[in-house]
Design a protein around this ligand. Structure first.
Ligand SMILES: C[S@@+](CC[C@H](N)C(=O)[O-])C[C@H]1O[C@@H](n2cnc3c(N)ncnc32)[C@H](O)[C@@H]1O
Length: 414
């Protein structure tokens, strides 16, 4: 068969149909497994058959192939390590006008078995010029892309009246690679995406044009939509049969008001799921070279919202406990009140020299890191024009950033 001639791809319905596999080694085993999964009635012919065949619902003839074995078969696989036997099977198949896949010689085959990636009802079959290793590398890449949602795997349009649902998806702190596989997949399936300001915006540009994108644009200063309006919107779209992805920055349940949105869905009888995200509280320090715990330095950390001035009435955080308590303090939404937060911690007993890091726009190309101490951090941040969003890390773990950088430089220099 001419190598340049194009082949004709096709899927076969093998359920209940007889297929003969000649060969009893690992290649024959793989083929047999695939055929069994497709529901074929498989007969295996080989003098030596791998033990794994015993666990499969197949008929095994422990002998050499002989003419007549293919009678009644719809398809044959020649997968022995003896080219003469494979050629005899292929010739027998040709005489009976049935297709035969030869494992040893793609060019002499009348049928090829592709490398297959499956995802739900989608099947992608790959052949690569008779090079199985190349086909299987491609298959792995495609399977990964199907799983992480980077291929347009959108569901068929929903029928009218079909129930919609809401997924509260944590998008991670900004780097688009930090969304989870589950979150990415839901995003690829979404009919409507309602995105926060701090959600990874790059992912929005990859959505299908027909996906409705609502920019909820929530930030400390600009509320395009109120929380009540967002709750009403996601419930309304889900009731209209849409799959709504509420894409949030970091983790939906860490100062993300995800709990309120979940309650709104449950109260409205709308099915919802939550997909946790990589929170900025841990990931932003990590990208800046600061582990939030470190053996011998600290065993605990606390994540605190500092959006209220600690001295203002209504501030709920126990600053006394935080001044004496966890080894590492992670402060979110702290830029506006950095001066009074730092002063409060010092006043209540944290040493004024405690190291502090302020990381702005963490995990994004705009990331900036400022290191200082509790007594100086407010002035330093003001001088460098630090703006939200920023994560503030208070504690001795901050020193690890310089240590890591020093060791890395040494290695580069060596
Ligand atoms: C309303 S909270 C939401 C936190 C989010 N749910 C999470 O788990 O990361 C917003 C705050 O998170 C922090 N933040 C979120 N993304 C950030 C980033 N990329 N860099 C620095 N801080 C960030 C900032 O403190 C910001 O003010």
């Amino acid at each position: 068969m001419g190598a340049t001639m194009s082949r004709y791809p096709i899927e076969l319905e093998l359920h209940g149909r007889a297929v003969v596999v000649v060969g009893g080694g690992q290649v024959a085993l793989r083929r047999t497994r695939g055929l069994v999964e497709a529901g074929a009635r498989v007969t295996v012919v080989a003098p030596d058959v791998a033990g794994e065949f015993d666990e499969l619902p197949v008929t095994v003839h422990r002998r050499r192939y002989r003419d007549g074995d293919l009678d009644g078969a719809w398809l044959a696989h020649a997968a022995t390590d003896d080219p003469a036997v494979n050629a005899a099977v292929a010739a027998g198949a040709e005489r009976r006008r049935i297709w035969c896949a030869r494992a040893d010689d793609a060019a002499a085959s009348s049928a090829w078995t592709p490398a297959v990636a499956r995802h739900g009802e989608v099947t992608v079959a790959v052949t690569a010029g008779g090079d199985p290793a190349r086909a299987s590398r491609l298959r792995e890449a495609i399977a990964g892309a199907l799983a992480d949602g980077s291929l347009p795997l959108r569901r068929r349009r929903k029928r009218a009246g079909q129930a919609g649902s809401v997924a509260l998806v944590g998008g991670g702190p900004g780097d688009p690679g930090l969304i989870t596989v589950a979150g990415r997949r839901l995003l690829a399936d979404a009919d409507v995406v309602v995105a926060d300001k701090l959600a990874p915006r790059e992912l929005l540009s990859q959505l299908d044009p027909e996906v409705e994108v609502v920019d909820a644009g929530k930030s400390p200063h600009a509320h395009n939509l109120s929380q009540d309006q967002i709750n009403a919107l996601i419930v309304e779209r889900a009731r209209a049969g849409k799959l709504v992805v509420r894409l949030k920055g970091g983790d939906p349940y860490v100062f993300g008001r995800g709990g309120e949105e979940a309650l709104a869905c449950v109260r409205a009888g709308v099915p919802f799921q939550v997909v946790p995200g990589v929170t900025s509280a841990v990931a932003v320090p990590a990208y800046a070279g600061i582990p939030v715990t470190h053996r011998g330095v600290t065993q605990d950390f606390a994540v605190v919202s500092a959006h209220l001035d600690p001295t203002a009435p209504g501030a709920m955080a126990d600053w006394d406990a935080l001044a004496h308590g966890p080894g590492t303090l992670i402060l979110l939404m702290a830029v506006a009140h950095l001066e009074s937060v730092a002063a409060e911690l010092v006043k209540r007993g944290r040493p004024a020299r405690t190291p502090v890091a302020v990381i702005q726009d963490g995990t994004t190309p705009r990331q900036r890191v400022l290191t200082s101490t509790l007594e100086r951090v407010a002035a330093d941040a003001a001088r460098h024009g630090v703006e939200p969003p920023a994560v503030v890390v208070v504690g001795d773990v901050v020193r690890l950033r310089a240590e890591l950088a020093r060791l890395r430089d040494q290695l580069v220099a060596a």
